[in-house]
Design a protein around this ligand. Structure first.
Ligand code: DP6
Length: 330
């Protein structure tokens, strides 16, 4: 970041990843990022992304993007510039920007850093370019960067309505009981196949794709009812069966993609064993080998102790949606 004092428009935003309890897997519109079905998630209280967007002088020819202290290139840079192009079109501006972003979670390790990344970028960029967006508009904007980012705008628990067009596809808060996720990082390396690519492959080649869409709609309806009823056990049951269905449809592609590793299965097995002892704990995993165990606050320590040795363990809870930092960084 520049040390000289500047009066150029700038804004800094913080956002957190979210873990979907009903997953988003499949687009009906790749350009607008409209999903084939709705989804539901918990925004985390950990692994923040902090992003600053500063507009450059008129006439600057390109945007710059520093990610975790190093200049970004390739796909991450392309996606960021494409996103800024969209913000510029909304703001009627041609000014280029300098973006600086720091992730507390390892990028690509399945902790949905694209969700926190585009949520923070949506808020920082829209503010720097002078757009005043309400929560719904911000969620729609973040969606254009990465579908799951639409949910990281929202506090605690979010439902992303599939919608039928750009206007109607956004996330909003939903009431749900206080829960914890015990995150077990069994492998922190970047995944070989991105969710974006594997999602497309699933739509193109899985014979089970239509059934997956129907079952996601049904899971979301049931999840919404379980949340309204405050039924943590039912929320967990839906979470685990829905996650395993997603991994089943992903492994039915041609060529097959498999994200779960032996170490991931071992974590799911711990959940089965703990349930036999009466502990309400249920597994879920995104497009990677790391597993999150959903449980109640009272059982979180016991669950964390039971997975010790299977990976790096971190207990997280529901956290805040995207917010701006003031100049003092508060
Ligand atoms: C398995 O939001 O990363 O985490 O919209 O193509 O950027 P794009 O995909 P992305 O996919 C997330 C997939 C998931 C499930 C979920 O978070 O709902």
């Amino acid at each position: 970041m520049s040390t000289e004092k500047t009066s150029r428009p700038a804004a800094t935003a913080v956002a957190h990843p979210n873990i979907a309890l009903v997953k988003y897997w499949g687009k009906r519109d790749d350009e607008l990022i409209l999903p084939v079905a709705g989804s539901m998630s918990m925004t985390l209280d950990a692994f923040a992304t902090t992003t600053t967007v500063e507009l450059l002088e008129e006439g600057a020819a390109t945007d710059s993007f520093i990610l975790n202290d190093a200049p970004a290139s390739g796909k991450p840079l392309e996606r960021t510039v494409a996103f800024l192009d969209h913000v510029r079109a909304l703001a009627g501006s041609e000014r280029r920007a300098a973006v600086t972003s720091v992730n507390e979670a390892p990028t690509g390790a399945g902790l949905a850093s694209s969700a926190s990344g585009f949520a923070a970028l949506a808020l920082a960029a829209s503010t720097a370019y002078g757009l005043e967006l309400d929560e719904r508009a911000l969620s729609r904007l973040a969606r254009r960067g990465s579908g799951s980012a639409s949910r990281s705008i929202i506090d605690r628990y979010a439902v992303w309505h599939a919608g039928t067009d750009d206007e109607s596809s956004f996330a909003e808060e939903i009431e749900a009981p206080d829960l914890r996720l015990v995150i077990v990082t069994v492998d922190a390396r970047e995944k070989a196949v991105s969710s974006r690519e594997a999602m497309r492959l699933t739509a193109q080649t899985s014979p089970f794709y239509e059934a997956w869409i129907g079952s996601t709609e049904a899971s979301l309806e049931e999840m919404t009812r379980a949340c309204a009823a405050g039924d943590a056990t039912r929320i967990g049951e839906i979470t685990e069966s829905h996650a395993l269905r997603m991994h089943a449809v992903i492994s039915s592609t041609e060529p097959p993609v498999r994200y779960l590793a032996p170490g991931s299965v071992a974590v799911f097995d711990v959940a089965v064993r703990l349930r036999e002892q009466g502990v309400p704990v249920y597994g879920t995993a995104d497009a990677g080998p790391n597993v999150c165990l959903l449980t109640t606050p009272e059982h979180a320590d016991q669950v964390a102790a039971a997975v010790e040795g299977l990976g790096e363990v971190r207990v997280v809870g529901p956290g805040p949606g995207a917010r701006l930092l003031d100049e003092q960084g508060a």
